[in-house]
Design a protein around this ligand. Structure first.
Ligand code: C2E
Ligand code: CA
Ligand code: CA
Length: 784
């Protein structure tokens, strides 16, 4: 039980005896206190006991003092519950005034106003204090019981009111604390809502802003939320796509569907960290778009996927760029045909099939345009490029139209070098199949091409390798086809050769020869032989230098067995320099030995590569300077084909040589295609009729007519004529009767080594006509 503290009562009265009276009435009797102590001793302090009010009495002699005490009680927090206030306390404040003042300080004090007279009526008092439920009136003289009742009731009332007040305050405090708490919570919530909203806005912004389409899959109900962007990426409006997984998976390209579903399932059972795949998805326009699909799943405790979300990224452009790059890496940029890399791939595949099934035979065809270089040089690279593009177009068309090429694709035609094309021919059963295809190719390519108003005709050489299962690699097949092509090129225009192992042998020999020839030049194994050029009167007009190779094991080799090989590379240039220098030195030696031959020139054969060197003329000048030979002692032979190949450039070189005084003969005349207008303007000294016409003119009317025509032509152009390959006396007579100027051939003299040639010179009679004759021609106005 809580012990109520003593309630404080203030007695305010100007009469001290009244204070004593109140003390007697309200103080507990001594005996009762002693009884209580005994009771506590007997039954213990916890025993409940009827409450007996005990008050702490305080006295004030007037209103002023009372006010001071109340003020003090407030400061000490020992407040008065009740005050008995005398009505009349002259000369100080009267009772009502005092009460008024006291209440201003502590409005909770219960008041009893003590009065003997009706100084104020109840109504008056009421009017003054309002509905004063805190004020009672006690009439004098006091009744003891009445005082006790008033004290007890009013102090209790004060206590209850105070308790209620405290409770209320406490409650108010609690409420305000709660309210504050609520407010904080509210603020926090508001903040959270705002943040949430911002996040949502950001998400929505990101969703619309991002190029990615989003999906969110609730695996419990099997529904997928697809974002608007997801739908527009596939060409659909928001309401045209539902929430079924089919909207997605039914649109995957059939080739990729199974794989994608596998990747997805793997992730849904936790085998992968992420669901990620690239696949084609059908757009509303009927085309497929490449998408990068990404997603992650959430799992429950048992590891089962509950939900998955992710994105779609359109990677079509990247894929197309990749395809383009891949295409470019595999194709020739000029013609769009497959390149060597792609071709090797295709042949590799074909070889694999062949190894699995020996029926799957195929052939590789190497094509080389016969006159591409001429076209390129004479008409320019732009025309050359257009020409190649046209060739490519014709070949591609040929492959498409080919009835025997049922399995061929566009990538079976490749361009692997300047004018080198390769065809992969599938489904080859016999050699005759290949020859049939080759014949059709020749026909297809022999039709003229119209490029920028130029009508261009070309032939093509074809080398073929027919594959068999013993081929080890693609390279081997290509090598053999190339070897066959090399043979085909040697076989004249529009020629086809099918590879056979002998060719390989031959090719190997050639390769060995090239290596050995390189050494031969360094090791001085080359020698020059000399063949005289005679005039009709038997005088010596010139000596032609003809190279030989004193091979350490194979003996003396004729130029036919190594010159063509040397011509394939830069070797011919080195060889040519050696020949020139050696011939000049030799002639210089002869002129020293035989001064009467001072008009004798040495004739040197020029290869086209040599002639095309930009430094060619300078080299000749240097060589003449070194050997001390006059320019008129050197005659150069170029073949008709070389002369006409790049007629304009040739003309420039010939003019420079002519200015120096060097004479030019056109060799093998009649085998090439001369432009008469060029020939007419070229500063040449003589035409050498090819020995094939000369050799056969005795029994061949056509050859005889040709020889006759060349002689007439040469003379009309003001140049002399040499007949080479004169083997029999009747040929000499025939040509001489036709007016030929000079002769060369076994009948007159075989080519001789230097020693024999020197002996020949000892007895030979010099001829000076050619010098005079050319001097005559060069003085004519049309010569240059
Ligand atoms: P070419 O310039 O037409 O030389 C004439 C060839 O005919 C020589 O063959 C010669 O031995 C041969 N010959 C001469 N008279 C007769 C004959 O009455 N009947 C027959 N059937 N042949 C005869 P060779 O020396 O074997 O030269 C062959 C070719 O090699 C030459 O043909 C020339 O084109 C080339 N050649 C020779 N030496 C050189 C050289 O130093 N440099 C270059 N670039 N080519 C050379
Ligand atoms: Ca010659
Ligand atoms: Ca010749």
């Amino acid at each position: 039980m809580t012990t109520t503290p003593h309630q404080r009562i203030l007695i305010v009265d100007d009469n001290p005896s009244i204070h004593d009276d109140f003390r007697k009435i309200l103080s507990p009797p001594e005996s009762s206190a002693g009884l209580d102590a005994m009771e506590d001793a007997l039954f213990g302090p916890t025993k409940p006991r009827a409450s007996r009010e005990s008050y702490e009495l305080d006295s004030a002699g007037g209103g002023q003092e009372a006010l001071e005490k109340v003020v003090q009680s407030m400061q000490n927090d020992r407040r008065y519950a009740l005050a008995f206030v005398d009505m009349r306390m002259p000369p100080g404040w009267d009772g009502l005034e005092t009460i008024e003042k006291l209440w201003q300080v502590d409005s909770d004090i219960q008041m009893v106003i003590c009065t003997a007279y009706s100084d104020y009526s109840w109504e008056e008092i009421n009017a003054r204090f309002g509905a004063a439920d805190r004020l009672l009136i006690l009439k004098k003289p006091y009744d003891t019981i009445e005082v006790c009742q008033l004290a007890s009731a009013l102090t209790k009332k004060w206590h209850l009111a105070r308790h209620a007040h405290l409770k209320l305050n406490q409650l108010k405090g609690m409420v305000s604390e709660q309210t504050q708490q609520l407010e904080i919570t509210n603020q926090k919530l508001l903040l959270e809502v705002q943040q949430h909203r911002a996040a949502e806005d950001r998400y929505r912004l990101a969703e619309t802003g991002a190029n990615d389409g989003l999906w969110d899959w609730d695996l419990a109900n099997g529904k997928i939320y697809y974002s608007t962007r997801w739908k527009t990426m596939l060409g659909f409006a928001d309401d045209q796509i539902g929430d079924s997984p089919d909207e997605w998976f039914e649109r995957i390209h059939p080739d990729e569907r199974a794989v994608i579903e596998q990747v997805r399932e793997d992730h849904f059972v936790g085998k992968s960290d992420q669901f990620r795949a690239e696949c084609r998805i059908l757009h509303r326009d009927g085309q497929y778009r490449w998408m990068l699909v990404r997603g992650v799943a959430q799992y429950d405790d048992s590891g089962r996927a509950l939900r998955a979300a992710g994105s779609f990224t359109d990677i079509t452009e990247r894929k197309m760029a990749e395809d383009q790059l891949r295409f470019e890496a595999m194709h020739d940029s000029l013609t769009g045909l497959a390149n060597r890399v792609k071709l090797s791939d295709r042949i590799g595949d074909a070889l694999c099939r062949l190894k699995r099934n020996s029926e799957d035979r195929f052939a590789v065809m190497f094509l080389d345009l016969d006159r591409f270089k001429v076209i390129n040089d004479s008409l320019g690279h732009l025309v050359g490029d257009k020409f190649l593009i046209e060739i490519a177009r014709r070949l591609a068309g040929f492959i498409r139209a080919g009835d025997t090429l049922s399995r061929s694709s566009r990538d079976d035609v490749a361009r692997i070098g300047g004018d080198e094309f390769v065809l992969l021919i599938q489904d080859v059963q016999h050699e005759s199949d290949v020859l049939h295809v080759a014949a059709r190719l020749h026909t297809a390519l022999s039709k003229p091409f119209m490029i920028d108003d130029h009508e261009i005709c070309t032939g093509v050489s074809i080398g073929v390798a027919i594959a068999h299962e013993h081929y080890g690699s693609v390279t081997d097949i290509l090598r053999d086809a190339d070897t066959a092509l090399y043979q085909a090129k040697g076989g004249g225009r529009n020629c086809t050769r099918i590879f056979d192992p002998e060719m390989h042998e031959k090719a190997m020999t050639q390769w060995r020869t090239e290596t050995e020839l390189r050494q031969a030049i360094e090791r001085n194994q080359l020698v020059l032989h000399y063949q005289p050029v005679m005039a009709a009167d038997g005088t010596l007009a010139a000596m032609e230098a003809l190279v030989r190779w004193q091979h350490p094991t194979r003996g003396l080799l004729n130029p036919a067995s190594f010159i063509p090989i040397a011509e394939e590379s830069e070797l011919i240039v080195r060889l040519g320099r050696w020949v020139l220098r050696t011939a000049c030195r030799q002639l210089h030696e002869w002129l020293r030995l035989f001064p009467r031959h001072n008009g004798l020139p040495v004739t040197v054969n020029m290869a086209s590569k040599q002639f095309a060197l930009p430094t060619f003329v300078d080299e000749i000048v240097r060589m003449l300077g070194e050997t001390g030979l006059p320019a008129r002692s050197l005659r150069l032979e170029i073949t008709e084909t070389v002369a006409m190949r790049d007629a304009h450039a040739t003309m420039q070189t010939l003019l420079r040589l002519h200015t120096l005084g060097i004479l030019i003969d056109v060799d093998d005349f009649g085998t090439g295609y001369s432009s008469l207008s060029y020939l007419h303007r070229m500063p040449v000294n003589s035409l050498k009729i090819d020995r094939s016409f000369v050799g056969s003119m005795a029994d061949d009317n056509v050859s005889r007519s040709i020889v006759q025509a060349i002689i007439v032509l040469a003379h009309s152009l003001g140049v002399s004529v040499i007949a080479e390959g004169v083997e029999k006396p009747e040929i000499l007579h025939l040509t001489s009767a036709m007016g030929c100027d000079f002769y060369q051939g076994y009948f007159l003299s075989r080519p001789m080594d230097a020693a024999d040639a020197t002996r020949f010179l000892e007895t030979a009679r010099p001829n000076n006509r050619n010098v005079q004759q050319s001097a005559e021609r060069l003085s004519k106005p049309n010569a240059a």
